[in-house]
Write a protein of this length. Structure first.
Ligand code: IPE
Ligand code: IPE
Ligand code: MG
Length: 248
């Protein structure tokens, strides 16, 4: 799979990735699970740079879920330390990438929170691509928060219940600043969404690969994009209607 196999005119605007398989990558090599997370950081850098080079507008990476807080304390601490150390890199400034987070950031340790905020403000004017990292994130948490905010606006008389539309929900989610992903990739072989972007992925094309995240290469990324480009998105219409809609 080379770049010639992907259509540079039809690069998705937003790709979301569930970065899974770090633990199994490491244990398969007789290493501690945290070595897999460490190796996974290199993949994050590789795929982020390639996504920017290909011209994506948004790349959204699932790094730590609400449910991941249930992991052993030492693995959680190692992951937090890794988030902190990986944000020391000048990847964003070098590549003109804006950095954002989604999720329940208040739950993260103070030092991590501080560094995340710093990174967001330092890169706020970068405009080649936005890298969004989901931390302490889950879709149900995000939707519950949105429901609370909407209810508050109704209670304060700022919003009429009958005026609530799908757009109102979308606008109250953490992801309100970006379009829905056209493509979702999950590495590591599991065939599930694990509470990631459930509202946003209503019509997203799904791509699952058995490749563990630390092994996920630029070629694998191209293969996922080529698979997406080979599909017809019908949005409920017939094949014929969809073909007509997509004619330039
Ligand atoms: C994904 O890899 C990273 C996080 C969830 C933080 P895993 O740690 O889930 O790796 P596996 O699924 O156990 O192999
Ligand atoms: C999903 O991976 C979360 C992230 C990649 C951050 P998990 O490994 O936690 O997912 P499950 O629990 O196997 O579904
Ligand atoms: Mg996993």
């Amino acid at each position: 799979m080379t770049e010639q196999d992907i259509d540079m005119q039809r690069i998705p605007r937003h790709v979301a990735i569930i970065m899974d398989g770090n633990g199994r990558w490491a244990t398969g090599r007789g290493l501690p699970r945290t070595a897999g997370h460490q190796a996974g950081v290199e993949t994050v850098k590789r795929i982020t740079e390639e996504a920017a080079r290909l011209g994506l507008d948004y790349l959204t990476l699932y790094a730590f879920s609400t449910e991941n807080w249930r992991r052993p304390d030492d693995e959680v601490s190692a992951l937090m330390a890794l988030v902190l150390s990986s944000l020391q890199d000048d990847l964003f400034m070098r590549n003109n990438i804006r950095f954002r987070t989604i999720g329940d950031i208040d739950k993260l340790p103070e030092a991590v929170r501080k560094r995340l905020r710093q990174c967001e403000s330092e890169t706020a004017a970068n405009d080649r691509m936005t890298l969004v990292v989901a931390l302490s994130y889950s879709s149900r948490w995000e939707m519950t928060e949105a429901a609370r905010r909407i209810a508050r606006e109704v209670a304060e008389g700022k919003l009429a219940p009958d005026s609530i539309s799908e757009d109102t929900i979308t606008a109250h989610l953490n992801t309100a600043f970006m379009p829905d992903p056209e493509l979702l990739i999950r590495t590591g072989g599991e065939l599930r969404l694990s509470n990631y972007l459930l509202w946003q992925c209503a019509y997203t094309e799904l791509y699952f690969t058995p490749v563990y995240w630390p092994d996920f290469s630029v070629d694998d990324f191209h293969r996922a994009i080529a698979s997406y480009q080979g599909r017809q998105r019908r949005f409920g219409k017939t094949e014929e209607q969809a073909a007509r809609d997509n004619r330039p």
